[in-house]
Design a protein around this ligand. Structure first.
Ligand code: ADP
Ligand code: MG
Length: 272
């Protein structure tokens, strides 16, 4: 069953300390369970099947508040399915999914309504009657304030993706879910957009789960990179490089190569 709220962590439980008990006991003494650390995402035993085939199969995942996690995996392994579940767009699941109430999602296609100006697109779906100023602030944050009154069809690919990010930001998310958001951008625009997401994350402090097929992008941005395979998180790699990251750093290359290997890409052949 999915839920939108965090599991409440009782302050008493948090002070309970170690869970080990000294000596034998004849009485049934309630042993405090391991204290759950507050998480931005807590997923346990998650299964999602299509036509009897489990695309996600008893998957476990925790993301700390403010953590930047990148999710890699071959095409069709279930990354978007997982993201949609976390976004609350797919509830036909088994298992536990705990996510913040305030979350936002941006996809590869910016999904702007062509008949609404950019600023109205940014506010689309927000509860209440939000002010234009709310959209203007978010558009400024993504460097698109000069296009506030533009029609979506007049935006470049990079600008449309910025508008989509602004639409995510006005939700003030504690969890930002990004599904290959730079996939359709040309190389230069992509680098700029990656930089922007890195800056937004540092400024906002929200947890980010970025689905990408680009290993370099994952190592560039994330605190931790996950590789999904066979319906589970099959591998994880902490990226302990200082920011901003330097792709010419030998340790960057090492981490990149290790992940490519995990993905089954022969890096020796790639270099040849
Ligand atoms: N609504 C659906 N109905 C049937 N099969 C689906 C549906 N959504 C996804 N799938 C299947 O689940 C698998 C994982 O898809 P997806 O999560 O989109 O993969 P990824 O994002 O990793 O490329 C694929 O085999 C896909 O065909
Ligand atoms: Mg996908």
């Amino acid at each position: 069953m999915a839920t939108d709220v965090h599991r409440p962590v009782s302050p008493r439980a948090a002070q309970a300390g170690p869970t080990t008990q000294a000596g034998p006991t004849t009485q049934a003494v309630p042993v405090p369970q391991a204290v759950p650390v507050p998480q931005a995402v807590h997923v346990d035993g998650l299964t999602r099947s299509f036509d009897g085939r489990a695309v996600i199969d008893r998957l476990r995942l925790d993301v700390r508040p403010g953590e930047f996690v990148a999710l890699l995996g071959r095409s069709g392994c279930g990354k978007s399915t997982l993201l949609r579940i976390l976004a609350g767009l797919d509830r036909d699941i088994e298992g536990t999914v705990l996510v913040p109430r305030r979350k936002a999602v941006a996809f590869q296609a910016p999904r702007l309504m062509p008949w609404k100006k950019v600023w109205r697109n940014v506010l689309l779906g927000l509860p209440g009657k939000p002010d234009r100023a709310v959209a203007e602030r978010a558009l400024k944050e993504v460097g698109l304030d000069h296009r506030t009154d533009a029609w979506p069809k007049t935006l470049s690919g990079g600008e449309a993706q910025r508008a989509s990010l602004a639409r995510a930001l006005v939700r003030e998310p504690d969890l930002l879910l990004l599904d290959e958001p730079f996939g359709a951008l040309d190389a230069l625009t992509r680098i700029k957009a990656q930089r922007l997401v890195g800056e937004l994350w540092q400024r906002r402090g929200c947890a980010v789960l970025l689905v990408t097929h680009d290993v370099e992008e994952a190592v560039l941005l994330a605190d931790r990179v996950l590789v999904m395979d066979d319906g589970v998180i099959a591998h994880e790699q902490r990226i302990d490089l200082d920011r901003p990251r330097d792709i010419t750093d030998p340790r960057f290359a090492e981490l990149r190569a290790g992940l490519l290997e995990r993905l089954g890409v022969d890096t020796a052949a790639e270099a040849a």
